[in-house]
Design a protein around this ligand. Structure first.
Ligand code: ATP
Ligand code: MG
Length: 458
């Protein structure tokens, strides 16, 4: 129901207007004899949809009241001014101060009703637009993260919950699932976004250099320390420090890190001074860090401290609906980049994509699409433009994990395929049909692979 208030010192006029509006609109009308009375009652009134305001009032006049409204209400109602005199300058002043309409008494009631209706319609339109905006914002809120799956929706909810809280977050997930992207989203959409986001890859920096990298060093702290250098902690002050591949940090460094996190003070290498730091820590790993804790390769106290808010990014094969979306996204992105806009996937390509197990996750998909666009001729990406995506069966992937962890470098897909097929052939004593069925690939594909990997020579 539309809520209307009339402030007018002429009771007869306001009675007539009120009766007419109630008869023609679905509305509720409150009457006030002067501005002070209205302001006094205002806190007890429901949010008004329209306010009809007379200009000449005892005490404070209508224009003054109009000017006061924005400072009294966060969202002041639209105002229609009613005036006994037809004076251009008061009309101008009223409109300049935000009145939506201006009517001279005795006014045409039908016109007034129309003016009120217009405003009510505008209000609901505005509310609708606001609601739509809100929805759009929700959909594309973490705009760099392309996803539609329920699994990723949960990730989005998690980001929304933790982004403004200064709590440590640990992001777990296979390689290429988007861990760094999520870390950036937490920072960029959170309340530290105006301060730096600094990423440190603990696996890329030798452990004996990591301390100076993180905490900085004083001049002469060690050979080669010719200048004082600020560490990443100081550079990230007020912002976020992203400790990637945290499981690779050695035990000695873990203790130093823990001390800094507990005291919020650090000492540069070779320094005496305690420097206060305010840094939010986001860590990530694709290793099984809780297992590393059991195996005493990772300090449990540090682990608990960093992982109060853990989030697991599901592998791409567990969120099939994202595959299509991401493939399209990378198609648009890279075809524009390489001047091949309008490129499309040929039929069968999407299917091959969604059936594949993506051990390299989103990064692998991105690379394959990028490469296919370069390779493609005409405006079509054909199956022949993408590498042979023979599916790695899930059961095999799981048994591969310990094997993968034992490798210093991530094997290529080709190497994985070779390994899987070799194992399967051995287990099935070379029975092609059984192997093909168990690996869920065609016999022809299997023969082709055997030939390619020269497994028939063994
Ligand atoms: N949901 C997504 N939407 C768009 N791009 C994505 C998404 N997830 C990952 N990517 C892209 O895939 C690539 C790999 O992501 P990212 O570096 O965040 O993975 P990661 O989990 O940190 O991998 P690693 O463990 O190997 O470091 C990046 O180029 C990233 O932009
Ligand atoms: Mg990463």
């Amino acid at each position: 129901m539309t809520k209307i208030a009339i402030v007018d010192d002429d009771p007869i006029s306001s009675q007539i207007v009120s009766k007419f509006l109630i008869a023609t609109l679905d509305c509720d009308v409150k009457l006030f004899g002067d501005g002070e009375e209205f302001l006094r009652q205002l806190p007890n009134l429901p949010a008004l949809d329209v306010l009809l305001l007379d200009i000449i009032l005892p005490g404070m006049d209508g224009i003054e009241l109009l000017k006061l409204l924005p400072s009294t209400l966060p969202d002041p109602p639209p105002v229609i001014m009613l005036s006994g005199q037809d004076k251009v300058d008061t009309a101008v002043e009223a409109l300049r101060n935000g009145a939506k309409d201006y009517m001279v008494k005795p006014f045409d009631l039908v016109r007034l009703e129309k003016a009120v209706r217009n405003i009510v319609e505008m209000n609901s339109l505005k509310a609708e637009v606001k609601e739509l905006r809100h929805q759009i914002k929700k959909e594309i809120y973490y705009s760099d993260i392309i996803a539609s799956s329920n699994e990723m929706r949960e990730v989005f909810n998690f980001i929304t919950k933790v982004k403004d809280a200064n709590v440590p977050v640990m992001i777990l997930g296979e390689s290429g699932t988007g861990k760094e992207l999520v870390a950036q989203a937490i920072h960029h959409y959170g309340n530290r976004s105006q301060r730096p986001f600094i990423a440190v890859n603990c696996a890329a920096i030798p452990n004996d250099l990591l301390e100076s990298e993180l905490f900085g060093h004083e001049r002469g702290a060690f050979t080669g320390a010719v200048e004082r250098k600020e560490g990443k902690f100081e550079l990230a002050d007020g912002g976020t420090l992203f400790l990637d591949e945290i499981a690779e940090m050695d035990i000695a460094m873990q203790s130093k890190l823990l001390r800094v996190l507990q005291s919020k003070l650090l000492e540069r290498v070779g320094g005496k001074e305690s420097i206060p730091v305010d840094v939010r820590i986001i860590s990530a790993t694709n290793a099984n860090i809780s297992e590393a804790t059991t195996a005493k390769r990772f300090r449990p106290d540090l682990y608990y401290r960093l992982s109060t808010f853990p989030i697991v990014l599901p592998p791409l094969r567990k969120r099939k609906s994202d595959i299509v979306l991401l493939a399209d996204h990378f198609l648009k992105k890279y075809s524009a980049e390489y001047g091949k806009t309008g490129t499309e996937f040929d039929k069968g390509v999407m299917r091959a994509f969604s059936e594949y197990t993506w051990p390299g996750n989103v990064r692998e998909l991105e690379n394959i699409v990028q490469r296919a666009i370069i390779m493609s001729e005409g405006n079509v990406i054909r199956l022949t433009d993408i590498p042979n995506l023979s599916p790695v069966p899930l059961s095999q992937m799981d048994s591969l994990e310990p094997f993968l962890e034992s490798l210093s470098e991530v094997p290529t897909l080709e190497q994985m395929n070779e390994l899987i097929i070799k194992q399967a052939l051995k287990r099935e004593r070379g029975n092609i049909s059984t192997v093909a069925r168990k690996l869920n690939i065609g016999r022809a594909t299997l023969y082709r692979m055997i030939k390619r990997f020269r497994l028939n020579e063994e």
